[in-house]
Design a protein around this ligand. Structure first.
Ligand SMILES: Nc1ncnc2c1ncn2[C@@H]1O[C@H](COP(=O)(O)OP(=O)(O)O)[C@@H](O)[C@H]1O
Ligand SMILES: [Mg+2]
Length: 432
């Protein structure tokens, strides 16, 4: 059999090189002769047993004809698993003692495609050799379980991109820092406190406000920060095509529980789940009966455009939602100016402050559209700047459009559960 001839050859070589040195003969890992491992495991690498890897020499062995498989790695073609004979060289770091492992890998028979390898290893160096084999195996195997930072629960059209910078969200500093402090305090200190109290470390925040005030944007910015601290983000939206079903929440909770990291769980349009039979189950989650148990901590950041749909059973009962943050429309001149400046970019001119009065009480999305529209029209007309008049026109046309839209909807829309009440008074829909 092939392996017996290989062992015999290796033993003769050993006897001629290190006649005094005792060795063991072992089945070795075929990955040490893989060319990917040989190029990636570099000489100089430290190994267990206070040893250093010093590189590899190819050996002549009359029973092996060197041959390699090949394949693509990324865009490059590379040689992969190989038959061959090698001497792997090591140094014991303290004593400066050098030693080698004689190694041969080959095919048992023409029918078997798997390489088999044998090695002669100094009797007292098995620990180092095992560490070397492990390093080779790691280099060869593609990393299958890459950590994912963001899990998006939903259909193929579900989309969430946590690349928003915190500074680009224009809201009062007070609101922003309260929200951020809550998250940081929970993950850095809170989880341990919940644990001491034998509570599952699960904290629940709600962002409420009319559409377009920046709730989704705020979620994306919070997610970016969470990821930068090594937390995992699980995102689920009730607004995508496959709608809001408790099944989606359940999948999200499974992802939260399975993650071996702290998790920021984002549930958008929470109100959409609070209808029909699903409502009781969502309440169970909020109450802790079905809440996820992730020992590293899970923070729920939920959003709603229709806080009225989240009735008092949730909003007023302590413990179901720990904090409700109202995300308001533009509150004052200062915020309006900041928002407009942001979206006018380098087209900003001081005369633009003339439209500020129209922006108070509007959501950020309104300002963005006003600015984009004006800038596009200016570009279309080959103008290099946006005048105050153009900006004012853009404001007025958007206001007209919104008015026409709401008249149209008021005349047509059947009374629906969540939209029927006056949804525009977002100042303080919860009455506190
Ligand atoms: N506070 C804000 N700061 C900066 N941009 C905003 C803000 N609010 C809204 N926008 C702009 O309007 C868009 C829509 O806002 P979004 O976050 O989707 O609102 P919501 O989720 O509250 O309905 C954002 O992508 C952003 O371009
Ligand atoms: Mg949104």
């Amino acid at each position: 059999m092939q392996y017996e001839r290989l062992v015999q050859w290796a033993q003769e070589l050993w006897a001629s090189r290190w006649p005094e040195r005792p060795y063991v003969t072992i089945w070795a890992s075929a990955e040490c002769s893989n060319m990917i491992a040989q190029s990636q495991v570099k000489s100089g690498r430290k190994l267990r047993g206070k040893a250093r890897y010093d590189g590899v020499d190819e050996l002549e062995c009359p029973y092996i004809v060197p041959i390699s498989d090949y394949g693509s790695r990324g865009k490059k073609m590379v040689l992969t698993s190989s038959a061959g004979a090698f001497a792997f060289k090591f140094t014991h770091e303290d004593e400066d003692e050098q030693f080698e492992v004689v190694y041969a890998s080959s095919y048992f028979s023409d029918d078997v495609q798997d390489l088999t390898a044998i090695a002669l290893v100094p009797e007292d160096k098995l620990e180092t050799w095992a560490a070397f084999e492990f390093a080779c195996a790691r280099a060869v195997r593609p990393r299958i379980r890459r950590r994912r930072d963001v899990y998006i629960i939903g259909g193929t059209d579900a989309f969430f991109d946590p690349t928003v910078d915190w500074g680009d969200v224009i809201l009062s500093d007070e609101l922003k820092s309260k929200l951020l402090d809550d998250m940081e305090a929970f993950f850095t200190k809170g989880v341990e406190i919940y644990r001491q109290l034998k509570l599952p470390p699960f904290r629940k925040l709600l962002l409420a406000g009319v559409p377009g005030t920046g709730k989704t944007m705020l979620c994306a910015a919070m997610a970016k920060i969470a990821i930068s601290h090594g937390r995992v983000v699980v995102y689920v939206s009730g607004a995508d095509r496959d709608g809001a079903s408790f099944e989606k929440i359940q999948r999200a909770l499974q992802a939260v529980t399975a993650a071996r990291y702290p998790v920021l769980l984002i549930v958008e349009e929470l109100d959409a789940y609070l209808q029909g039979d699903d409502k009781a189950r969502v309440l169970n989650v909020l109450d802790g009966i079905e809440s996820p148990n992730n020992p590293k901590g899970a923070l729920l950041l939920a959003t709603t455009n229709y806080p009225e749909a989240i009735d008092e059973r949730i909003s007023k009962r302590p413990g179901r939602l720990d904090r409700i943050f109202i995300v308001p429309t533009i509150e004052d001149d200062e915020q309006a100016t900041a928002m407009l400046r942001h979206y006018m970019g380098d087209q900003w001119k001081d005369e633009h402050v003339g439209v500020i009065e129209y922006l108070i009480d509007q959501p950020g999305a309104f300002v963005r559209e006003v600015a984009l529209h004006a800038r596009m029209l200016a570009a279309h007309e080959h103008r290099t700047e946006v005048t105050h008049e153009m900006l004012e026109q853009s404001v007025q046309s958007l206001l007209r459009q919104i008015r026409a839209e709401s008249d149209f909807l008021a005349n047509r829309r059947p009374i629906s559960l969540v939209n029927s009440k006056k949804g525009n008074n977002n100042r303080n829909p919860f009455g506190f």
